[in-house]
Design a protein around this ligand. Structure first.
Ligand code: S3P
Length: 435
């Protein structure tokens, strides 16, 4: 992102938060719905598609590869699938923007094509590790060149892939999904075993698109040689976007917020448990199912939080929520200890270091550990922090500003649009004072 596009925010203290907050569609589900619709037979209709830069980048890549995608209205896409072997190569690089999910899943999808592709990304994505996908894909006989294990990825086409049994060294839904997508094109079976179960959207959606797949928490197996049938997809509201409001209303006295239709896949909702352990008052109403995914309305009321030692096993189920959980810990009484989240160091920024740097600037007592942090709750001072171009860091400090003793200035917030376009307007509609 160039300097000219930099966008700074100021978040001021708020008195209370109230209202209904409809957060945008789930990022993980949106990426996958676009990819599977693109290589299915027939026309799929997606509703609730996230209009974020990340997911639009994935749609643009697939359009560049010859897929017709129409957007009749915001959040709606009609995708005319080209079938498993109908994508056409592009002599231009395929730009994944800021999206690790887009690049890693597309690496798997493109590994089995007849043509070569080059996947590129922005400055942040260009620093993120790719060997975690290219190494196991190479074991399937894919050929992907990656300088120093980083993007760009040169994906060579015309390879005959074969299935493997792979035990993931780290819990990663992106790696699992890349292998399953490559497995569609492989001879024999592709089997993935995880050290801790991760989000299973790829497995569920493959099944919804008619591909035979065996899966259970921490395990997935499929065989090549079938076909995907077009399906209509309803994308639930993104729990990770709801998370900012769950923490905000928990820490600002007299607040009550209702977040309707939020995806409640158990591999995503670790933050609910973590906040409840800290004393939060969050209830789930109107529980149901949409497109095979659990959904519900979350109702969050202010409650005084207290510090806890959070169970390490919760970490993978709330991996994207740690930045805002750090803010909850800063607002809680006493000490919070978080472990098991070393993966935070290879997200859009090193989220342990970037959060710790900003929180220290705001006078919070925080000690970084290799896989988490120890935070002593107390007052949050005014000050200026940097998001390092990381959307979740920016939104987390916007939440911190609600309780601070003065203004919190947050630098470099443009990338909020990657996952949560409209965050500022929605936040202000329920009582934030964000400019
Ligand atoms: C995602 C998986 C997670 C998560 C990311 C989205 C996905 O990454 O942090 O925001 O959609 O599969 P890892 O697979 O690297 O844990």
């Amino acid at each position: 992102m160039s300097r000219a596009q930099r966008l700074d925010w100021v978040s001021r203290p708020a008195t209370s938060l109230h209202g209904d907050v409809v957060v945008p569609g789930d990022k993980s589900v949106s990426h996958r719905s676009m990819m599977l619709s693109a290589i299915a037979e027939g026309t799929s209709h997606i509703r609730g598609f996230l209009e974020g830069e990340d997911t639009r980048a994935t749609a643009a890549v697939l359009a560049q590869l010859g897929v017709s995608i129409v957007a009749p209205s915001a959040g709606e896409r009609i995708v005319r699938g080209v079938g498993l072997h109908g994508l056409r190569g592009s002599d231009q690089p395929l730009d994944c923007g800021n999206a690790g999910t887009g690049m890693r899943l597309l690496a798997g999808l493109l590994a089995g094509q007849s043509f070569d592709s080059t996947l590129i990304g922005d400055e942040s994505l260009s620093k993120r590790p790719m060997r975690r996908v290219t190494d196991p894909l190479a074991r399937m006989d894919a050929q992907i060149d990656t300088p120093d294990g980083l993007p760009p990825l040169q994906v060579h086409g015309g390879r005959s892939l074969h299935g493997i049994r792979y035990e993931l060294p780290v819990a990663s839904a992106q790696v699992k999904s890349a292998l399953l997508l490559a497995g569609l094109y492989a001879e024999g079976s592709t089997e993935v075993i995880e050290p801790h179960p991760t989000r299973d959207y790829t497995e569920r959606m493959l099944s919804a698109f008619g591909w035979p797949i065996e899966f259970s928490p921490g395990y997935a197996k499929l065989e090549g040689g079938h076909c995907l049938r077009a399906t209509d997809v309803v994308v639930p509201a993104d729990f990770s976007s709801a998370a900012f409001f769950l923490v905000a209303a928990s820490i600002v006295p007299d607040s009550v917020l209702r977040l309707p239709g939020v995806g409640l896949n158990p591999r995503r909702t670790g933050l609910l448990e973590a906040l409840r352990l800290m004393g939060a008052n969050i209830t789930v109403e109107n529980q149901g199912e949409s497109g095979g995914e659990a959904i519900g309305d979350l109702v969050v009321r202010y409650a005084p939080l207290h510090g806890v030692e959070l169970p390490e096993a919760l970490a993978p189920d709330m991996i994207d929520e740690f930045p805002v959980l750090f803010i909850a810990a800063a607002a809680a009484q006493g000490r919070t200890v978080m472990r098991g989240a070393a993966e935070l160091r290879v997200k859009e920024s090193d989220r342990i270091t970037t959060m710790a740097a900003g929180m220290r600037t705001l006078g919070v007592r925080i000690e970084e550990t290799p896989d988490g942090a120890i935070i002593d709750g107390g007052a949050i001072d005014a000050g200026a922090v940097d998001s390092y171009g990381d959307h979740r860091i920016a939104m987390s400090f916007a939440v911190a500003g609600l309780l601070a003793r003065g203004e919190v200035m947050i630098r470099d917030c443009a990338n909020v649009a990657t996952s949560f376009p409209g965050f500022m307007g929605l936040a202000n509609s329920c009582g934030f004072a964000l400019r």
